[in-house]
Design a protein around this ligand. Structure first.
Ligand code: NAD
Length: 499
């Protein structure tokens, strides 16, 4: 059995805790590897070594750090297929989707090549007589990232890129479900010129996460995962005096107005609802058609499209639309939620519970599932399903439809499909959600904008990637300087306005 360890001080090392977790092949249900789960002592030792390595890295000029990022971009492109294959093999998503996962992370590394510009401070010449004032952006020291299973390349890259480009050392605690790609990325960064110890990849579970939260050297934590864990990490990390940003779960609504192009809306819902088996924080899980005629027309367009979807293992070729869920536990949970929807009175239009694929009978597959007549008190509406399940929540008016999205506890993404500019504008202005699509079902901002949800989808003050990430991973220091020629008086005992 393959044993997966940690990346410490520029080398792959075996775990010492004696604890490990199974890594599955989601398409077959087989265990394909064991991943070591680090102890508190292993985590603390990785942090201590990172703190030593950070001193030199933080003092390296930003242009040299940017050149490491530039070379990292080249190496990720060189190894794109290798990375995507390893990603599909552990996560289960299709090969083109795995390449997209790497690509969306790579774009943030491209953005980080601009670090020298992004790290420039501010300067005021002659703020007073002979007085200059300037602000610098300095690295925080050792910072950490804790990442989810569903984007094992993209989210580690979103975290490590800006953190390292700013001059920090970075401790990555990836998901224990698909740990191989983060380790491959660490090797590429070493090849790109990153000094050993500046990036440590520590595999683990709650024990290593708690060790990060309580380690006094760790200055900041970026987390992405489910909302209960996001809240826990935000609370404990902040209580320990760290800078913390945590991005959580989602329940993304797409409103379909009567004037929308119904074919476009149906195509969009199929990709956004079922792509990656619904295991995306930006997946659309609730369709909200306005008016019964719109709802009926939409369902009529969705059903034949759903019947044509091809579900299978990533090895079956690029025309597979989506693959299995990540674990058997996820499979049982999603099937249980579908059953609860039936029990609570939703109309099951397409049922994916009995989906079976010859030769992959033990794989974690769920067929595409569509519900109609869902109401807000049902579990399938209240919970983030994180599976290929689309719920239809009928609304009589636009006000009722926008109200559902506004009242929902999550606020990651949302979309509206309409031809009416006034409605779209009103929607974007009033909605209390972080990322909005207008005739775009999955509005993931590009690397040079920022990504982040509101309400229970995001905790903390700054977003991920884009300029916010450079603010998150640096701290501002402001210097007021006066030289002897500007000093005209003796001691001052009160605050004075600048002359
Ligand atoms: P998860 O919360 O189970 O795990 C995320 C990380 O937290 C992992 O590294 C895991 O090891 C760690 N963890 C798990 N349980 C823990 C505990 N009890 N104590 C401390 N650490 C713990 O999430 P997941 O299942 O890996 O990922 C799916 C979730 O992530 C979904 O809810 C999805 O919406 C969310 N997500 C959000 C975004 C976003 O940007 N908002 C992006 C991707 C995924």
């Amino acid at each position: 059995m393959k044993e997966i360890g940690h990346w410490i001080n520029g080398k792959m090392v075996a775990g010492k805790s004696g604890r490990s977790a199974d890594v599955f092949n989601p398409a077959t249900g087989d265990v394909q590897a064991h991943v070591a789960l680090a102890s508190k002592a292993e985590l603390d030792s990785a942090v201590a070594d990172a703190a030593v390595a950070q001193v030199k890295w933080g003092a390296t000029n930003p242009q040299k750090r940017a050149r490491v990022m530039m070379e990292f971009v080249r190496l990720i492109n060189r190894d794109m297929d290798k990375l995507a294959e390893a990603l599909s093999a552990e996560h289960g998503k299709t090969f083109p989707d795995a390449k997209g996962d790497v690509q969306r992370g790579l774009e943030v590394i491209e953005f980080c090549v601009g670090a020298p510009h992004l790290l420039k401070g501010e300067f005021t010449d002659a703020a007073g007589p002979g007085i200059d004032m300037y602000s610098m952006r300095q690295p925080l020291g050792v910072v950490a990232g804790i990442t989810p299973f569903n984007f094992p390349a993209m989210i580690p890259l979103w975290k490590m890129g800006p953190a390292l480009a700013c001059g920090n050392a970075f401790i990555l605690k990836p998901s224990e479900r698909d740990p191989s790609v983060p380790l491959m990325l660490a090797q590429l960064l070493q090849e790109a010129g990153l000094p050993d110890g500046v990036l440590q990849v520590v595999n683990g579970d709650k024990e290593s996460v708690d060790a990060i939260l309580d380690n006094e050297t760790v200055q900041a934590i970026g987390f992405v995962g489910s909302t209960p864990i996001a809240q826990y990490i935000y609370g404990r990390g902040c209580a320990n005096g760290k800078r913390v940003q945590c991005f959580g779960g989602a329940k993304n609504h797409m409103i379909i107005m009567p004037d929308a192009d119904m074919d476009q809306a149906a195509d969009a819902l199929i990709g956004a609802g079922f792509g990656a088996a619904g295991e995306r924080c930006m997946a659309i899980s609730v369709a909200v058609p306005v008016g019964d005629a719109t709802a009926d027309a939409l369902i009529e367009k969705l059903v034949p499209r759903i019947e044509k979807l091809k579900v299978g293992p990533w090895t079956a070729g690029n025309d597979v639309d989506y693959g299995p869920l990540v674990t058997g536990a996820a499979l049982e949970r999603v099937k249980g939620l579908i059953t609860s929807g039936v029990d609570q009175g939703a109309k099951l239009v397409c049922d994916g519970r009995d989906f079976k694929l010859q030769g992959y009978e033990n794989g974690f597959f769920v067929g595409p599932t569509l519900f109609d007549n869902v109401t807000t008190d049902m579990e399938i509406y209240k919970q983030e399903i994180f599976g290929p399940v689309l719920s239809t929540l009928r609304a009589k008016t636009y006000e009722e439809a926008i109200g559902y999205a506004i009242d929902n506890e999550y606020g990651n993404g949302t979309a509206i499909f309409t031809r009416d500019g006034d409605t779209a504008r009103d929607f974007a202005a009033r909605i209390n959600i972080g990322m909005i699509g207008i005739n775009v079902p999955i509005p993931v901002p590009l690397a040079y904008h920022t990504f982040g949800g509101w309400k229970k989808s995001g905790f903390g003050d700054l977003n991920q990637h884009g300029p916010d990430s450079f603010r998150f991973y640096t701290r501002t220091k402001t210097v007021t300087a006066r030289w002897p020629s500007g000093i005209k008086e003796g001691s001052a005992f009160n605050f004075k306005a600048m002359d």
